[in-house]
Design a protein around this ligand. Sequence first.
Ligand code: PGA
Length: 256
Amino acid sequence: MKDVTESTPFLVIGNWKMNGTRAQLCEFAHSSAPQDPEGCKRVLCLPSVLLPHGVSTFSQTSIEFGGQNCHESASGAFTGEISASMLADAGAKWVILGYSERREGFGETDALVRSKAVTALSVGLIPIICIGESLEDRDAGRHLGVILAQLEASTPLAEPGWLLAIAYEPIWAIGSGISASEDQVLEAHEAIANWLRENRQPAPVLYGGSVKPETAAGLASLDHVDGFLIGGASLNPLSFDSIADLSAAALSSLRG
Ligand code: PGA
């Protein structure tokens, strides 16, 4: 049975990837609800050039903002890169790290993700550390081993005051239109939550991979699912808000 007594909000985090313009952000602001539904926190992780515009456009709302990557060094001669403190300076509170598209397309290793997370934490950002298995790993039955190895090697050891989140994103479910089944999500989240507890590393565990309004309530009700990381459906304010509303309603009905 899901523990719904905790006071931490259910996280509904959008990942716009390399999409969006200032005009699209304005339209989003006009169509989305200014306040989060009770028990939920909405966050938009935007391309970094859109962050200052997002922060000012949504200043009267409860939506928070995040980046999608940062460099592991504090500053320096790294042409084309963005530092964690630049994201924080632009108004971000969160940063996605180790997303599978960066691990696969840009050769990011667990060690690099961990060092980016330490840098992000040092400037007060909340890293969302992404892990997840390929279809090949799952078909071979080694998915839990793969995710736990990524978790252990990518997550910095907890220090007092540090806040971070873990996102379980099975690569085969991302952008496929079909999310992992509730049983598959439950199995992975239970393993991740157990590892976090054994290692005294408290962190919410998000699910990502084709989350849509149709699947939100069922997935949000699962044990150890503390939020969502949403790609495609986060570009549309109506589907993003409806995922937040349906999750909030599902959790409130569990509370009774
Ligand atoms: P998707 O992407 O929701 O489009 O599958 C997942 C994500 O960006 O986390």
